[in-house]
Each structure stands twice: as C-alpha cells, then as structure tokens.
Design a protein around this ligand. Structure first.
Ligand code: NDP
Ligand code: HEM
Length: 500
C-alpha cells in the first residue's frame, strides 16, 4: 500500500472503500453517516453545467500562432511585434444549433473560436467558418436562434420557422447560400476556413486606425460531405469530428491555417459602395487583397476536455492594445452578450479557470470576492482592495494603451438599413461567379431538401428572394423541390406487392 496512491475524500482523508455502502447489518439500509457515498452522489448531480445557449456541441485543441509577416505598420499589438513570434492558442470549433449531443456532421454553420494568450492579455477571435452572417442587427439574433432551435409544441426543429424568418430578412440569403452550398457540411474542422467575420480595427504606434477583416485559410484543403454521405456517416458515428480531430493530433498530423487580413484605412470606410460594417457583406478580395500575417497550427489535445473546452469562455470583448472594435452593430451586441453568458454558465470569476486565465500576462485587477474566488488578491498590495489608493506598488491604469479617439456623430435613431438592391449583389456574385455548375446543382438540391417540409406560402416567399439574387437560382431550387415531391409521390404510389 505504501508506494501506491491512496484514495481520499475531497478533504484528503483516506477512504477504506469506494465500493461498499455502510449498512445496518448485511442486508440492512444505508446509514446517514456514510457521507462519502452522499458526497459521491451529490457530486454526480453537479457534473453538468448549462450547455451554451448556442454552439453547444464543440471540439477543440491547443496550438500556436507564428507570425510570418510584419504588419506592425497596421497594429502595435504585441502578438504581431516580430516575424517568428509565437503565441499559444486555444481553439474551439462548434455547430450552432445542435445541442451537446448533436451529431457532428450536420449541415450548419461552424463556430471558429480562437483564444490567443498574449503577453498583454487574452485576445479572443470568436468567428465562424463563414465570412458573413444571417442578420446585421443584434435585435434579430434571439429570434433568429429561436428559429434554429426546437418548436415549443412539437419539440422538433422547424424548417417552416427557418425559412419564414429568412424570407422576412432578405439580407440572410447570402449566408443561407453558403450554408446550403458544399461548405455547409465540412468533413471536420481541419477542412474549413475560419473568419473573424466582423470588421474589427487595428491601430499602430503612431495612433492611426485601420479597419480589418481576419481570415484563416485552411492548409489541408476544403473537404465536404454531401447530404447523402453525411446521413450515412451519422448512422455510423455521431462523433466524427471529435474522432478525426483527436486522432489527427494524437498521431502528429497537426492541422494548419494561414492567417491573413484585409485592411481598409479609417477614412475610406465612407467611400465604399457597401457598408463595411454590415455583417451580411464581405469585402471583395479584388478591392481589399489578403495580406499574410502568420501560421496557425493546432498541435496538442487538451489533457481534459471539460477543463479546457467546455470551460472555455470566449468573448469578442477580449481585445488587447493595438486591436479594437468597429461600429458593426452585431459586434456591439456581442460585446455585451458573451461575458454575461459566461457569468451565468460558468460563474463570476470564470476568467481565472485554466482555460481562460491570461497566463502570459501580468494580471492585476480589483474585482473582489464572489463565487469561485479561489485565487489571491491581484491588486499588487494586500491593503489595496480599492482604487485609487496610497500604495505605490498597487496596480494602476496605463494611459499609454488607450485606443486613438474614434470620431462618431449622427442622430440617435433606430435606422432600418434595408437596401432593396445591395443585399443581392454579393450573393449573386457567389452564385453566378464563384460556384460552378455542379456546385450550383448541389446548392439547389440541398436547399430543396431543407425547405421541402415548408408550407407553400413560405416556399413562395423564399423563391421570391432567390429570384432577386438570380433567376436561375429561383428556377433551380423550384425544380429541385418539385423533383423531390415527385420522387416521394412515386414511392408512395408504388403498390405494396410491387415493392416486395
Ligand atoms: P473571390 O472571387 O476573390 O473569391 C471567392 C471566395 O469565395 C474565396 O474566398 C473562396 O474561398 C470562397 N468560396 C468558394 N466557394 C465558396 C462557398 N461554397 N461558400 C463560401 N465561400 C466560398 O471573391 P470576391 O472577394 O470577389 O467575392 C465574391 C463572392 O465570394 C462574395 O460575394 C462572397 O459571396 C464570396 N466570398 C468572398 C469572401 C471575401 O472575403 N471576399 C470570402 C468568402 C466568400 P477559398 O479562397 O477559401 O476557396
Ligand atoms: C456562442 C451570442 C453572433 C459566433 C455564443 C453564445 C452566446 C452568443 C450567448 C454562448 C457563449 C457561451 O455560453 O460560452 C451571440 C449574439 C450574437 C452572436 C447575441 C449577435 C448579436 C455571433 C456571430 C458569430 C458568433 C456573428 C460569428 C461570426 C459564436 C461562436 C460561439 C458563440 C463561435 C461559440 C464560442 C465557443 O466556442 O465557446 N454566441 N452570438 N456569434 N457565438 Fe455567438
């Protein structure tokens, strides 16, 4: 016994058994004083925390960002300070709508979250595998998500609700087109791009601001499943992403992405034919070429999934000096939403959990007490539990890291940015110029199977949106829906004897 580890209670007392309850007699009832049994059952009841309200199913890894190109003319962020600089990263990829037990290979947008542990604090980029989003105002996000989750009566997901909502938000057609294209079911996170999606900002040592889009270009190539392939796969395993990712990293096949940016000088934002802060629009590559920044390599499986991936708390509000926000309304909404979600899901001091702790920064703050206060004061002086104070060594704000001032003016009002034509330009380019004939045919058929169960009025409203993108788009999806209906009625009409 002496050289073996002894099993103990959580308070450290050695345990005589982990198998047999303390009972009154051989066949008697359990005694209340078997507190280790009570502890064991009580702990089991607390093993789950609320799942994320969206993006509940996820897979993650640890890795490194290596800077390969000098972009210090755009940003003074330390993470970009020199070529060759390496920064630790924690990634989490996810599907949006499914619950924690959802199958991995379902058609959905994928989350693409990165936490960079920089020496000036954690920078979180909480993006998707798409460069755009369904809506451009945070007011619409809870309603949008409701249409993706379960119907309150049937407790089933509702295509009627999805297409009803999208038809009322024509700006969503851009993202819905990507979702229904081949890229709607990547084979796993190692075969998809990542995008910061929003416009963010960078500022340099001279105080000049640039608007920026972040891109992560997959180096393993894009790979996708068709609907039929995904259905077959899900029949065999619901955990294909976890299996693929964990095994690849375990075997030393580390996935990589090239980090790139698009840059727009601050004053040029007003001169664009589109609103560069509208999350339903990309910045065309022809006008804003991609600039290389570095290489992202994910190379370590976390030693504990719950500790690092379930406990990971990403927030777009986590930026560092040299990187900032933009007037994008959706981004502004998200700046509130994530930390609020973390306080509810994980607890007050969630930032001190190992996944979230800014381990490469000197962290000093005055938030006090509350649940999870399991760390010593971080103010630099034992008597400095308030600020300002008399203690020279206590933590003080550093005005030198202040963001350059941003000029904002305008009348406070609730603006409806609906632009009858502008919302169709970019989806039209994607449909007509980026996709080839085979990809368009699969897009038609994927969309037809997704909207097949919808009522005729909802279908007609959605066809009208597609028609404004491109007449071939509407015609193609109409035809595919009719083909599906005919295929089903042929099966239905088959006499039972003939089918046998
Ligand atoms: P380009 O012609 O320069 O490039 C087309 C882009 O489309 C590439 O980034 C490519 O990604 C991506 N792409 C290819 N197939 C799909 C798909 N099924 N779903 C989503 N993206 C796909 O593009 P432009 O900048 O001139 O924009 C044209 C249209 O391309 C846009 O309206 C937009 O719909 C789409 N797009 C543009 C992006 C941008 O940031 N400008 C990013 C992604 C899409 P990859 O290079 O990895 O193959
Ligand atoms: C997760 C809100 C838009 C990407 C979440 C969570 C909330 C949320 C509350 C759960 C967080 C948690 O419990 O850990 C919102 C709101 C939005 C919005 C209010 C719009 C106003 C977006 C957009 C993107 C995005 C536009 C991508 C560009 C993600 C990702 C996650 C997530 C990747 C999972 C993070 C993780 O891996 O832990 N969102 N979201 N969201 N969201 Fe959003």
């Amino acid at each position: 016994m002496s050289d073996k580890k002894r099993l103990t209670t959580t308070a450290g007392a050695p345990m005589p058994t982990n198998e047999f309850s303390l009972t009154a007699g051989k066949r008697g009832p359990v005694l209340m004083q078997d507190y280790q049994l009570i502890e064991k059952l009580a702990h089991q009841n607390r093993e789950r925390i609320p799942e994320r309200v969206v993006h509940a199913k996820g897979w993650g890894a640890k890795g490194t960002l290596t800077i390969t190109n000098d972009i210090s003319q755009y940003s003074c962020a330390k993470i970009f300070s020199e070529v060759g600089k390496k920064t630790e990263v924690l990634s989490r990829w996810s599907t949006v709508a499914g619950e924690q037990g959802a199958a991995d290979a379902e058609r959905d947008v994928r989350g693409f979250s990165l936490k960079f542990y920089t020496e000036e604090g954690n920078w979180d980029l909480v993006g998707n595998n798409t460069p755009i989003f369904f809506v451009r105002d945070p007011y619409k996000f809870p309603d949008f998500i409701r249409t993706q989750k379960r119907h309150p009566v049937t407790n089933l997901r509702s295509p009627e609700a999805m297409f009803d909502f999208w038809a009322a938000q024509p700006e969503s057609v851009h993202q819905v087109t990507i979702l229904m294209s081949d890229r709607g079911i990547p084979t796993n996170p190692m075969h998809m791009n990542g995008y910061g999606s929003h416009t963010f900002s960078l500022w340099n040592a001279a105080g000049e601001r640039f608007w920026v889009k972040f891109h992560f270009k997959v180096q393993q190539g894009h790979k996708h499943y068709t609907n039929a392939e995904a259905e077959k796969l899900i029949g065999k395993t619901r955990e294909s992403y976890q299996e693929d990712l964990f095994n690849a990293i375990d075997e030393g096949n580390f996935p990589k992405w090239k980090m790139m940016i698009q840059v727009m000088p601050e004053e040029e934002a007003m001169n664009q034919p589109f609103n560069p802060f509208d999350l339903t629009k990309v910045w065309p590559h022809g006008d804003f070429p991609l600039i290389e920044v570095g290489e992202l390599e994910m190379n370590e499986n976390p030693e504990n999934y719950f500790m690092y991936i379930e406990n990971a708390a990403y927030s777009p509000s986590n930026v560092v000096p040299g990187i900032g926000f933009s007037p994008d309304k959706m981004l502004q909404g998200r700046l509130f939403s994530y930390a609020d979600a973390h306080r509810y899901r994980l607890g007050t001091h969630y930032e001190q959990l190992p996944a979230n702790h800014a381990k490469n920064a000197d962290v000093n703050f005055y938030h006090k007490d509350g649940s999870m206060r399991f760390f010593p004061p971080k103010t630099g002086h034992v008597d400095a539990y308030y600020e300002p104070n008399q203690y020279a060594e206590s933590a003080k704000a550093d005005p030198s890291v202040a963001e350059p001032p941003l000029r904002i003016d305008g009348d406070a009002a609730r603006y409806d940015p609906a632009d009858p034509d502008a919302d169709y330009v970019q989806p039209r380019a994607l449909y007509a110029e980026v996709l080839n004939d085979e990809e368009r045919a699969r897009l038609h058929s994927n969309m037809a199977s997704a909207m097949g169960p919808c009522s005729d009025p909802v279908k007609e409203r959605w066809y009208a949106v597609l028609g404004r993108v491109h007449p071939d788009y509407e015609a193609g999806v109409r035809r595919a829906v009719e083909d599906d209906v005919n295929a089903i009625s042929v099966t239905d009409d088959t006499p039972v004897e003939a089918a046998e």
